[in-house]
Ligand binder design. Structure first.
Ligand code: CAA
Length: 283
């Protein structure tokens, strides 16, 4: 099976990044969201990223225009009628994702692969709302998508080998490195990363050190590019909490209990960089 036309559902931070790397690899990309202005915002971010590439001499102005020309706005999921692959990057909510996948299953042709960029929700459960569970798979990109090399490829219980292979090859064409993972809560990335971030929040909560000190220890001591509290702000504290809750519920193990301070910040609306305040404040 050959992938040439892709639909990305969700034009937010992740969706626009995924659309960008797909268009840069030469795929025609339908960028779908509920409203035109959300798509415009996503396209604005892509435009800015591509302009930086032109300034840095990594692409010509003409190549930038070619990439932008491959991006087609869409506000209707029925536009999936002539795509080979859909990558869903909507909000992390099972109810919403289930609705989207049920509709995509209805509109997309039989050969179309339906992928989710979910960061922790079960692929098997998402697949179960469709009549093509063998063609449903996880493609978990990392933030910021244009920079990070990894894509976790998650096999649901029913994902066909052929589908896995198509997605693995397609991921390589995006100049990303696919890593195969089975379907368990948080997959590998967030099962390892989020408890580390949660523990850093506990360390702050218990007064072991200041936020700056905690981040400095992990940056200078472990060579992490960002300290865990800065990274939590970057990911979004609501997302961090949601993933911890998914791990807690999925494994039924209290070692994944979210730190009360994380809950408190989310309740206060301190969601990190995107709201201007999390562990740190942002202009
Ligand atoms: N979009 C596109 N490009 C970006 C970018 C963005 N949002 N942010 C940074 N970049 C680019 C910069 O333009 C720069 O490119 P050039 O070299 O061409 O100038 C390059 O990345 C490096 O950026 P900076 O020099 O500004 O800053 P930095 O060296 O500190 O790197 C970083 C920034 C890449 C974000 C780095 O801090 C980092 O790797 N942080 C950790 C990121 C991480 O852990 N991501 C995973 C999060 S978990 C996740 O995504 C999964 C989940 O489900 C929650």
């Amino acid at each position: 099976m050959n992938v040439s036309k892709v639909m990305v559902v969700g034009a937010g931070q992740m969706g626009s990044g995924i659309a960008q790397v797909c268009a840069q690899a030469g795929y025609q990309v339908l960028l779908n969201d509920l409203k035109q202005e959300l798509i415009e915002r996503g396209l604005g971010v892509i435009n800015k990223n591509l302009s930086r590439n032109v300034e840095k001499g990594r692409m010509t102005a003409e190549e930038k225009q070619d990439v932008l020309g491959l991006l087609i706005p869409s506000t209707d999921l029925s536009d999936a009628k002539d795509v080979d692959l859909v990558i869903e990057a909507a909000v992390e909510n099972m109810e919403i994702k289930s609705k989207i996948f049920a509709q995509l299953d209805e509109f997309a042709p039989a050969h179309t692969i339906l992928a989710s960029n979910t960061s922790s929700l079960p692929i098997t459960e998402i697949a179960a709302v469709t009549k093509r569970p063998e063609k449903v798979i996880g493609m978990h990109f990392m933030n910021p998508v244009p920079v990070m090399k990894l894509v976790e490829i998650i096999r649901g219980l029913a994902t066909a080998d052929e589908v896995y292979q198509v997605i693995e090859e397609m991921t390589k064409t995006l100049k990303k490195v696919p890593v195969e993972v089975n379907d368990f809560p948080g997959f590998v990335s967030n099962r390892v990363l989020m408890p580390m971030i949660n523990e850093a929040i506990y360390t702050l909560y218990e007064g072991v050190a200041t936020k700056e000190a905690i981040d400095e220890v992990m940056k200078l001591g472990m060579n992490h590019p960002m300290g865990p509290l800065t990274l939590a702000d970057f990911i979004g504290l609501d997302t961090c909490l949601y993933i911890m809750e998914t791990l807690h519920e999925g494994f039924g193990d209290d070692k994944y209990r979210p730190c009360p301070l994380l809950r408190k910040y989310v309740k206060a609306g301190w969601l990190g960089k995107k709201t201007g305040r999390g562990f740190y404040t942002y202009e």
